[in-house]
Write a protein of this length. Structure first.
Length: 364
């Protein structure tokens, strides 16, 4: 998104990030059309608001009516105190988890700060209707817009499945399911494992690839379940996957699946589910749950199948249907590719942010 916006000749783009994070280092090696500025600080959980105020004060003071797009409401919170003193447009983006966690809290200073921040931002963007509705309920702000995440089709695209499978050591005859996510309980890996146990005799060549890292105890529980169900030859834990290897992994699989649970008591839920769309961009049908913001990514029987969470039998039936019904499989695959181009491209989503920026300068 930053690169897309910076290619607009009328915009000068600056990016502010925490001091030298792991994901930023490789980016710094490139010749970028925008500047990266580091926000310094040691205890971010405690002093985030003050670090942001200190780092951006000179910036907003020196610029002429800048537009600041904040990737988190807690980052925006640090800028609210400057809104009356300096003339800038604040766009706050809500992704999901940082909003849904507030639901589990009783009235607190944190909720009060959220309400103040949302109602003092010039624009508030939610990445899904689910997140939008939750934010409206808490803040009372009815002007929140939904602009989904985009898929970078330069990084995620339909490739050669045969070559991709060679890289990961899978056979062409394998029927491969993939979940690429943090290894946490709400992602529902155990439901997919139980579903596979119900259909493995009908589809003996079925393989389930679990990619990602996270909670060690949860991973151990999953591996015990695999052993108990005698699925050691069907389930593969491959750990963390670097960004530049994800496209091959998506292309190696037949179906992308994630059985996310509904919001738990900590308020942890799926705000959108970008991996579903990345899979679509690689021509893969997807299976996900009717939970959180996932229905924004999956249109039932259009680009994937929506099922209820925590239902191994329904999950097994969805998996079997896609492997058994080539006409449906091809339909979902083709629709998914088209939907990415029409609704989730960087040009489409970036254009909506450009409209906000243009309106700010035109209406000043």
């Amino acid at each position: 998104m930053t690169e897309f916006l910076s290619k607009n000749n009328e915009l000068n783009v600056d990016v502010f990030v925490k001091k030298r994070g792991g994901i930023i280092l490789p980016i710094m090696e490139k010749n970028l059309p925008y500047r990266i500025n580091f926000i310094r600080g040691r205890d971010w959980s405690k002093y985030k608001k003050w670090y942001i105020q200190f780092s951006l004060r000179k910036y907003v003071k020196s610029k002429d009516r800048p537009v600041i797009i904040s990737s988190n409401w807690e980052l925006s919170e640090g800028l609210i105190s400057y809104k009356n003193k300096y003339n800038f447009c604040l766009v706050t983006v809500l992704h999901g988890l940082e909003v849904t966690r507030l639901e589990s809290m009783k009235y607190s200073k944190r909720i009060k700060n959220f309400i103040i921040t949302i109602n003092n931002s010039n624009h508030v963007i939610a990445v899904s209707d689910y997140t939008k509705n939750k934010a409206e309920l808490i803040s009372g702000n009815k002007l929140i817009k939904t602009i989904p995440n985009f898929v970078n089709t330069n990084n995620f695209f339909l490739g050669d499945q045969k070559q991709s499978r060679k890289k990961y050591g899978f056979n062409q005859s394998d029927k491969i399911l993939l979940t690429l996510s943090r290894l946490v309980r709400r992602k529902g890996h155990e439901v997919v494992i139980k579903a596979i146990s119900l259909i493995v005799k009908k589809i003996p060549q079925i393989k389930y690839v679990i990619a990602g890292s996270g909670e060690k105890r949860y991973e151990e529980d999953l591996k015990r379940l695999v052993s108990k169900l005698k699925l050691d030859k069907n389930i593969f834990f491959i750990g963390y996957i670097d960004e530049d290897k994800k496209n091959d992994l998506y292309n190696a699989c037949d179906i992308y699946i994630m059985n996310s649970h509904k919001t738990n008591k900590e308020g942890d839920s799926e705000g959108f589910g970008i991996t579903f769309l990345e899979s679509n961009a690689c021509g893969k049908p997807i299976i996900g749950t009717n939970s959180g913001g996932i229905p924004d990514a999956i249109k039932h029987r259009e680009n994937g199948l929506l099922i209820e969470p925590n239902q191994p039998l329904e999950t097994a039936e969805a998996i079997f249907e896609l492997f058994d019904n080539k006409e449906l499989y091809d339909k979902l695959s083709n629709n998914g590719l088209r939907r990415i181009k029409e609704h989730f491209s960087i040009e489409k989503i970036g254009g909506k942010y450009l409209e906000i920026i243009s309106d700010h300068y035109n209406n000043y």
